[in-house]
Write a protein that binds this ligand. Structure first.
Ligand code: C2E
Ligand code: CA
Ligand code: CA
Length: 477
């Protein structure tokens, strides 16, 4: 599909690609986008199947009455709902949502225009607009004004207009009177039931989030979190430090990677107590290593989230944890991403300087993917840049990445900063990086993140080649 569309003129190509966006990657309960997409999918599936049943039944009824206009409206509704359900089940949610919202709104409005209210049976079709108004508002809440405001507003205006019975019915098209009572009942049930369904979908999504949140609080209390340590090596293959990476062993879901739960932890603010636990655990580990001569030189890099860093007492907290653990502060490295240092520059610099004066070092994570300016690089008291793994991953397939990596390495040299490449997976990556002047590496080529017992064993092995053999990977030297 991609290659076919890519031959179209650029604006058309972009339009179609955006319309058909594959949202599969974002169907996860752990992020707000993921939860929104689950809600959208459920609403499309519920709305679509209800429309197929109800419009299908009406279509058959009007077929027996030879009313071709209503047969056509109901047939179009059934077919579009089938298309929308198929698209939604393949996670093409945006396209499915746009189709079903337009078709159902138009079908309800047209039916209301064509069905004349009678003294015994006032108009009831407009009740179906209620779930449509609520549904379209929820589905398109992150979209542009036409979808977010325009469609629900159209529904509201139509609902108000049809409630007053003021719209004249085109002659000859009104509904045969024997369907009046059944029609009224069906519309009451679908209108009320549909509104309840929208509320239920909203409620289930909120409860799912609350359940995950409470799982995370319990995880902290029950000790379900642990740290994995990924070795960082120098050019001769010697391990000089590790990065501490958080892991969650959920009692029923099993191991969960931080990429899944950290977004929710950041959304809910839980990253603050979790981050504090990570710091305490890493410092306790450094204190253990300090007692063992061949491990005393090791450093631990700890990821600090933007929210955690922005806490007014962050500096105080880190100083306290470091002094209580009794470690040499220069063994602790804190990793910040570019987004964490993007705002409020003066305050950021002050906080970083305060901890740097204490002996702690700073590293800028995922460098090259954010928006740091050269002047902010000059202002921040950094010690190290971490070349983001996306540049390393495509080093061999995209020449431009070699140029980017070269530039980062030269820039860090000129600014007096150390540099480390992460995501080093192959011998070829290593060769290109080493030729460009990079001297520190982290990645699966050397070792995956390991539990502390496996890491201790790896460090206990004497030479780099033995270590690499033990880790099942090739060594650098
Ligand atoms: P990050 O800080 O960029 O960490 C590096 C990630 O790359 C880790 O994923 C690591 O397992 C993975 N990785 C390392 N070498 C390779 C490689 O050669 N190939 C590939 N494909 N991947 C490699 P992980 O452990 O899933 O962590 C993901 C992210 O979660 C981290 O990215 C970090 O942003 C966040 N994170 C992890 N632990 C913590 C924590 O304690 N606090 C905070 N705030 N964030 C954390
Ligand atoms: Ca990191
Ligand atoms: Ca990184």
């Amino acid at each position: 599909m991609y290659s076919y569309f890519s031959r179209l003129p650029r604006p058309f190509f972009n339009l179609i690609r955006r319309f058909c966006t594959f949202d599969e990657d974002h169907i996860s309960q752990w992020t707000s986008t993921g939860r929104h997409n689950i809600r959208v999918k459920n609403l499309i599936l519920i709305g679509g199947s209800t429309a197929i049943v109800v419009a299908g039944a009406w279509g058959l009824y009007f077929l027996t009455k030879h009313n071709t206009v209503f047969v056509a409206i109901n047939l179009a509704t059934v077919l579009s709902s089938i298309v929308a359900i198929c698209l939604a089940s393949r996670n093409r949610l945006r396209a499915a949502a746009i189709i079903i919202a337009h078709v159902l709104l138009l079908a309800v409005i047209t039916s209301c225009i064509l069905k004349a209210p009678t003294p015994g049976f006032p108009r009831s079709g407009h009740l179906n607009l209620l779930p449509l108004i609520a549904g379209t508002f929820l589905i398109f809440i992150k979209e542009k004004p036409y979808l977010r405001v325009g469609l629900p507003l159209l529904g509201v205006l139509a609902f108000v207009a049809f409630s007053t019975n003021s719209i004249p019915v085109p002659a000859g098209l009104s509904l045969p009177s024997d369907a009046g009572s059944i029609g009224m009942w069906v519309n009451n049930i679908t209108g009320l039931g549909g509104t309840c369904a929208v509320v239920a979908v909203m409620h289930s999504s909120l409860s799912a989030r609350r359940a995950l949140e409470s799982d995370m609080w319990q995880a902290l209390a029950r000790g379900e979190f642990h740290l994995a340590y990924q070795p960082q090596v120098n050019e001769s293959g010697r391990i000089f430090g590790v990065e501490a990476l958080l892991r969650w062993n959920h009692p029923t879901r099993g191991p969960i990677s931080p990429q899944e739960f950290i977004p929710l932890a950041e959304e809910t603010g839980m990253i603050i107590p979790i981050g504090e636990w990570v710091l305490r655990t890493a410092c306790a580990q450094l204190a253990e290593w300090a007692k063992v001569p061949h491990k005393a030189h090791l450093t631990i890099a700890v990821n600090v989230s933007a929210l955690q860093f922005r806490q007014p007492d962050f500096v105080q907290q880190v100083k306290q944890i470091v002094s209580l653990s009794g470690i040499n502060p220069s063994r602790l490295e804190l990793e910040l991403t570019e987004s964490a240092v993007a705002e409020d520059s003066d305050n950021v610099v002050k906080k970083m300087q305060a901890l740097k004066r204490h002996g702690i070092t700073w590293s800028l994570d995922d460098f090259g993917t954010g928006y740091s300016s050269l002047s902010s690089l000059k202002r921040l008291p950094l010690d190290k840049l971490k070349i983001d793994q996306s540049f390393v991953r495509d080093l061999l397939t995209d020449e431009r990445n070699i140029a980017i990596v070269d530039t980062i390495i030269q820039l860090s040299g000129n600014l007096g900063l150390k540099v480390i490449a992460e995501g080093v997976e192959t011998e070829e990556h290593l060769q290109v990086l080493s030729k460009a002047g990079c001297k520190s590496y982290q990645g699966y080529l050397f070792s995956r993140p390991l539990p502390i017992s496996a890491l201790d064993e790896l460090i206990g092995v004497s030479s780099p080649s033995q270590r690499a053999e033990k880790a099942g990977r090739r060594h650098v030297a």
